[in-house]
Design a binder for this molecule. Structure first.
Ligand code: ATP
Length: 603
């Protein structure tokens, strides 16, 4: 397929404000693509060359190199290009502008020039060149990268140049979610969007959408049904619902449950093949380099050759062995010298699941069986052991265990259904796991993670600079982001100063097709960044679109006095709090208020 076809699809996607339209743009695109390259097409739509977890260098040659390449190609001074870049704020627009002015400048020769300029670039050529750029390292790599950029841009049309430059810079940011891609794939290769479930199952078990797309396109739907976990390729994590009443929790799990400490650390999916150990985060990033100690613990602590297990990595106090708060773990990410960090911030691993062992797929087995396998393959030590747990069907025992967990430094408990259907629901949030955290009260105390979809410029003192964000919850059913509130407080001066720069590369000039909003912010952005928000309580609001009409006709759910807590870089937009969770939280809040003792008024 010619790259031009992809560039046109990107352009259409960039200009549409409808989610349905976005799907049909992808449907057309996949129809035109040869099955053998559909993986490359999927990665490029996602603005990358391979899944993030692959541990390979990412794209992103940096503006400096792009400018050098363009200066060489267009025979223009770098200073002038930098000025143009500052004005347009996007390397794609700079490249497109230069390309189109070149065609025009050759005025009289237009026919001849245009003929020579007609692109013959194919998707594979662009993909392969981008790969060479990403993989070029060491001495001389800068010049190699510049020459490769020049070689592609010299053959590109203005429109192609726009996307080539953005891809090089690692800033494609079309905001097309996995769900839209999966919808389009099922329509094209199975004839029906209904088969999306099977595509999704395969993607959950093997978190590589390019690979899943290629299997579907070349070997069909049956091959996808057969997919099983592979060590080295992450499985999308199973997630929990939340509740705050032990009795209600037990009735949701079917009366009985396995209750475990809910450790406050970093989730780790550990893959072992012989001596090779890879650790993936909650967002499936490869975090192995941050935990050389966990790699060692796994090598000596897991007695089988091949395994995929899950656990929580928790920072511990080296003197007392007690658990330290989650924030301590973040030092590991910031420290440059990892060996020093290992000494300063020691960790323990509490394992809670086994998904695959020596050729056996465990994800469809009930939890007690999985845990049984886990206990058999782990040789426990103080710092590498199974999560503390108990089996119960009694609400007051659950509550006691919860209090013990909190006292020991855990966040609360994870309550897991144990019936015959208690499988590992990869990639899904469901009632098989319920989190019961220490900080639920009648007012809104648990934070929510919302996606930034727009921003407002400050008036007065904050004059012209971004001073508030429009944030939204994720609606899984419609794959859209529905606005919840405008948040303008809780930011430090430093956070505020960074906002303009941070949002600049996500800014678009219209509402993104996956955003549902009645509000008109000063700036629209591609849904990508996630913020943690805390408020006084959940309220109903006619201004916001989150779950509009679910609780009451014409109004949505919002947050009163929302406050910025922190950025959640570990979450993608689809990992944000879902609209259905907010409905449950709102109903929970109503129930709590109704249960509050009414003060007697003496007459
Ligand atoms: P979520 O991961 O559910 O989107 P979150 O990142 O805000 O939300 P929490 O809501 O606090 O996290 O709860 C889920 C996380 O709890 C899991 O992803 C996992 O990292 C952690 N966890 C700690 N202990 C356990 C346990 N025993 N079983 C399962 N998960 C656990």
């Amino acid at each position: 397929m010619l790259f031009e076809v992809l560039a046109r699809a990107f352009d259409n996607a960039e200009h549409t404000t409808s989610r349905t339209q976005l799907t049909s743009i992808l449907v057309d695109l996949f129809k035109k693509s040869e099955p053998e390259i559909v993986d490359k097409v999927v990665y490029l739509i996602q603005g990358r060359l391979w899944p993030d977890w692959a541990g390979l260098p990412e794209l992103g040659v940096g503006v400096k190199i792009l400018i050098k390449a363009m200066s060489k190609l267009f025979n223009t001074r770098e200073d002038d290009l930098e000025a143009l870049y500052s004005k347009l704020g996007d390397s794609g627009k700079v490249a497109e502008h230069l390309k189109s002015s070149r065609v025009q400048a050759m005025g009289g020769l237009t026919r001849f020039v245009q003929k020579a300029e007609v692109s013959k670039l194919t998707v594979t050529e662009v993909y392969d060149t981008l790969t060479k750029v990403a993989l070029a390292v060491g001495e001389g790599s800068r010049d190699i990268k510049i020459n490769l950029v020049v070689s592609l841009l010299s053959r590109a049309t203005p429109l192609e140049a726009r996307y080539i430059a953005r891809l090089f810079e690692g800033r494609l940011r079309l905001g097309i979610g996995d769900a839209t891609i999966m919808d389009a794939l099922s329509i094209v290769y199975t004839g029906s969007a209904l088969n999306r479930q099977i595509v999704e199952y395969a993607y959950n078990v093997r978190a590589d959408l390019g690979n899943v797309a290629k299997i579907l396109a070349t070997r069909g739907l049956e091959a996808l049904r057969e997919i099983s976990p592979t060590p080295g390729t992450p499985i999308r994590p199973m997630l929990a619902e939340r509740l705050s009443d032990p009795q209600e929790i037990l009735s949701k799990t079917g009366g009985q449950a396995l209750v475990e400490f809910k450790y406050d650390g970093e989730r780790a999916q550990i893959h072992k093949t012989g001596d090779k150990v890879v650790i993936f985060s909650r967002r499936l990033e490869n975090i192995t380099h941050q935990y050389p100690d966990v790699v060692e613990m796994t090598r000596s602590g897991i007695k089988v050759n091949e395994a995929i297990v899950e656990g929580e990595i928790v920072c511990i106090d080296p003197d007392t062995g007690s658990m330290r708060p989650f924030q301590e773990l973040m030092h590991r990410k910031r420290k440059h010298d990892i060996h020093e960090a290992v000494k300063e911030y020691p960790v323990a691993v509490y394992l809670f699941d086994a998904l695959y062992i020596d050729g056996t797929n465990l994800i469809n087995k009930p939890i007690r069986e999985r845990r049984e396998f886990l206990s058999k393959i782990v040789s426990e030590s103080e710092k590498f052991r199974l999560s503390e747990s108990m089996l119960t069907s009694n609400a007051s025992d659950l509550e006691k265990f919860f209090l013990k967990a909190v006292e020991d430094g855990a966040e609360g408990v994870m309550v897991k259904a144990v019936h015959s259907q208690s499988i590992y629901q990869a990639g899904a949030r469901g009632w098989l796991w319920i989190k019961y955290k220490r900080d639920y009260r009648s007012e809104m105390i648990d934070t929510v993670d919302l996606v930034v979809v727009g921003a407002f410029r400050g008036r007065g003192r904050r004059g012209g600079k971004i001073g508030a964000l429009l944030v939204a919850a994720y609606d899984e059913k419609s794959d859209t982001f529905q606005t919840v509130c405008k948040v303008g407080s809780g930011f430090s001066d430093e956070d505020l100063a960074r906002l303009d720069e941070l949002l600049s590369s996500y800014t678009i000039n219209h509402r993104h097709p996956r955003v549902i909003s009645d509000m008109e912010p000063d700036i629209w952005v591609v849904p990508a960044l996630v913020v943690e928000i805390l408020g006084a309580e959940l309220t109903l609001s006619p201004q916001h679109t989150c779950c509009r009409g679910v609780i009451k006709k014409g109004v949505g759910i919002s947050i009163r006095f929302p406050r910025f807590i922190r950025w959640r870089d570990d979450k993608g937009p689809e990992d944000a709090t879902r609209t259905s969770e907010l409905v449950n939280m709102y109903l929970d809040q109503l129930k709590k208020i109704a249960e509050e003792p009414v003060e007697k008024v003496e007459t």
